[in-house]
Ligand binder design. Structure first.
Ligand code: GLV
Ligand code: MN
Ligand code: MN
Length: 426
């Protein structure tokens, strides 16, 4: 997937608003947002469309309204905060990320991109700076995809990559339909409905913690993100036969767990590469009925795998069902293709702008790919798109101990601020 607007010319960097970025305010917003869904271990559990997600959205709305910004929502619950430009009819420039977290998530994955975007809008207010295009902050719905699958749902629906009606019908593990969780969330957040789902956007930049160890290890403050690797997700359901653990001989068992173990091992072999580029994860594994003395009759598990090359993602993914069925040990195996997102290469003018802006601000920077998925991968098909990474401690993420410094968060926000103004004024 390459950017929808490869013809864009080089964009002149500006130094306009970065000096109005308030590091202490940005940090305080992280502290306050991190309290919503806080876990005893210092992390955050704020899963998509949960009461905690609703509270974080409501807080963002309060902060935005206090500065006079407009707040809107769309049919999948993406939340937009708009600071008007002088040319109200011009396509806006967007920035944002997500407020939902993993069940054992941290304070920065997602929240940083949203709070940095808000800080940019506030810095523009503080500096009395008008931009030609409006700048909109967006908190995308369900980026993580841990409660409802697939992830990056709000941005995918916005970009037309996922069907709204199909997504509204998705259920979580408790059987709650996304449509109902969304209605409940929206009722807790007073925002003006916006009729259009998806609208023309002139450019998009997302700030995020790196979620890997490279910036820290190399002493860089800013990652200039060039691309995001591709990802494919599946669920596998295995049905065997429940039987008595003490009486049923091995020969006649249809043990769904035993089949699942064999399948996972075979898939690990399929995905193993000497260079260690393929990322293969079974992150959820459920065994039923889960009784110590009953042979498991059913297993459900998830597969997430990623690679920078589209061909590899496609070809490996196309072999998952065959490998799973070949290792079924007499059980019934159903493989469901949940999502495929192709590798995306960001628009060169935006990548150059992020790099030039970091350079102008005197920040140490490096070009790098993203191993994690982000909403930016869907926006990249709609408009010139880029991303800014900042370091996180030891590269740890999707973990309650996720940590980042106020200085680094503020530095990334300064780059975001000036880069957005350059886009908005061109
Ligand atoms: C997003 O969190 C991802 O799974 O890459
Ligand atoms: Mn994220
Ligand atoms: Mn994440």
């Amino acid at each position: 997937m390459t950017s929808g607007q490869a013809t864009l010319n080089r964009i002149q960097p500006v130094q306009t608003v970065a000096r109005f970025v308030d590091a202490a305010r940005l940090w305080q917003r992280h502290v306050e947002t991190g309290r919503i869904g806080a876990t005893p271990k210092g992390g955050v559990n704020r899963q998509a469309l949960s009461p905690e997600d609703a509270r974080a959205r409501a807080q963002l709305t309060t902060w935005a309204r206090a500065r006079g910004f407009g707040v809107f929502t769309d049919a999948i619950g993406n939340l937009f905060v708009r600071r008007e430009g002088t040319d109200k009819a011009a396509r806006p420039v967007l920035t944002g990320s997500h407020l939902d977290t993993q069940p054992t998530g941290g304070r920065y994955d997602g929240a940083y991109g949203v709070l940095a975007g808000l800080e940019v809008l506030e810095a523009l207010e503080d500096g009395g700076i008008r931009t030609k295009r409006s700048i909109e902050l967006v908190a995308w719905t369900n980026e993580e995809g841990s409660r409802f699958q697939p992830g990056a749902m709000g941005s995918a629906v916005f970009a037309g990559h996922n069907d709204l009606q199909k997504m509204l019908a998705v259920t979580d593990r408790a059987g709650v339909m996304l449509k109902d969780a969304l209605a409940q969330t929206l009722s807790a957040v007073p925002a003006t409905p916006r009729s259009a789902l998806g609208f023309p956007v002139d450019g998009y930049i997302e700030a995020h913690i790196e979620q890997g160890p490279v910036l820290e290890a190399t002493g860089n403050t800013i990652g200039v993100v060039t691309m995001i690797q591709g990802a494919r997700r599946f669920t596998i359901d295995i049905v065997g036969e429940e039987a008595h653990a003490g009486t049923t001989p091995r020969k006649v068992r249809k043990d769904a767990l035993s089949a699942a173990v064999k399948i996972v091992t075979a898939l690990e072999d399929l995905m193993r590469d000497d260079a260690d580029i393929v990322r293969f994860t079974v992150g959820r594994f459920e065994v039923y009925p889960g009784s110590p003395n009953t042979v498991p009759g059913r297993v459900h598990f998830t597969i997430d795998f990623r690679h920078p090359e589209a061909k590899v993602v496609r070809e490996l993914g196309d072999r998952v069902a065959t490998v799973a069925k070949a290792n079924a040990k007499g059980c019934d195996v159903t493989v469901t293709d949940i999502s495929y997102v192709a590798p995306c290469v960001f628009a060169k003018p935006v990548v150059d702008l992020v790099r030039d802006t970091a350079e102008a601000l005197g920040l140490r920077h490096m070009d790098m790919p993203s191993g994690a998925g982000h909403d930016a991968m869907h926006m990249n098909a709609l408009c010139p798109t880029g991303m800014i990474f900042v370091p996180c401690l030891r590269g740890v993420s999707h973990n309650e101990s996720e940590s980042a410094t106020s200085d680094d968060l503020a530095a990334g926000c300064r780059v975001l601020a000036d880069a957005l103004v350059a886009l908005a004024d061109r």
